[in-house]
Ligand binder design. Structure first.
Ligand SMILES: C[S@@+](CC[C@H](N)C(=O)[O-])C[C@H]1O[C@@H](n2cnc3c(N)ncnc32)[C@H](O)[C@@H]1O
Length: 231
């Protein structure tokens, strides 16, 4: 039977796509591409383009950029129906996603709607936060330190609960959350150890140590902040 593959294509640099991901994409029959409502979200495709079987059927599946899980679930269900149709026809079908498929990816909304008999293979990718740490030659955690991955879209209370116990932190989805992130960094005296990495892995990647300046007016969705408590 054919399979459904969820493939992480890494953070942006095509050289950070795994050999396994490239091998599977080279012979894939059907490829689902996540698109936001604005139709501007083919970043994963651009990263993996040179490895994708030129004969593959490309299908855009809409995943609006919203936080309402009901809406995302609906998109996941529709995408799962497409996957099931092609896999049952004997076509190896893949969904590609930025970074790793297990980290805030819409991939999971497809998987949970698939019938139990559909064979699934998840191919890990390099996460944005590992790539960002590499970009600034920084370690994320050492020894028995606790590392927290915090979506800046979370509530201030939950973020504070995580920050109370953590040594090192990654803030993801900082786009549009500038005030919340800056306030927390100040509250926990983490400003001096913070770095913002925009479009990590892309040619126009930039690194910023003055977060106040770099985050004001920031319109970059692919932005991530690494920070740690000074010991
Ligand atoms: C929906 S999450 C996807 C995470 C992805 N699955 C991963 O493994 O990194 C999107 C968030 O990841 C972060 N991100 C993803 N790619 C990035 C990149 N190349 N540079 C900086 N941040 C990135 C940003 O914080 C962005 O708002």
């Amino acid at each position: 039977m054919a399979r459904f593959y969820g493939i992480g294509v890494g953070p942006g640099d095509p050289e950070l796509l795994t050999i396994k991901a490239a091998r599977i994409l080279e012979s894939i029959d059907v490829l689902l591409l996540p698109e936001s409502q604005k139709g501007n979200n083919n970043i994963a495709y651009e990263i993996a383009a040179e490895h994708i079987n030129p004969e593959a059927k490309l299908i855009s599946v809409e995943f609006p950029m919203v936080t309402d899980t009901e809406i995302i679930n609906k998109s996941g269900k529709l995408a799962a129906e497409v996957v099931e149709r092609y896999v049952r026809e004997g076509k190896n079908t893949a969904f590609i996603t930025l970074g790793d498929p297990s980290v805030y990816s819409t991939y999971n909304y497809i998987v949970k709607h698939l019938s139990a008999d559909i064979e699934i293979e998840t191919v890990p990718g390099i996460t944005s936060f590992c790539a960002a740490a590499a970009r600034v030659n920084r370690s994320l955690a050492e020894g028995d330190e606790i590392l927290s991955i915090i979506p800046a879209t979370s509530t201030k209370r939950l973020m504070e609960m995580a920050l109370d116990v953590t040594h090192s932190v990654v803030f993801m989805k900082v786009y549009n959350q500038k005030d919340k992130v800056l306030k927390l960094l100040e509250e926990y005296e983490m400003e001096d150890s913070s770095v913002l990495v925009k479009r990590c892995g892309f040619e126009d990647c930039s690194v910023h140590y003055d977060l106040k300046e770099a985050l004001s007016g920031d319109k970059q969705y692919l932005s991530i902040v690494l920070s740690r408590k000074e010991s």
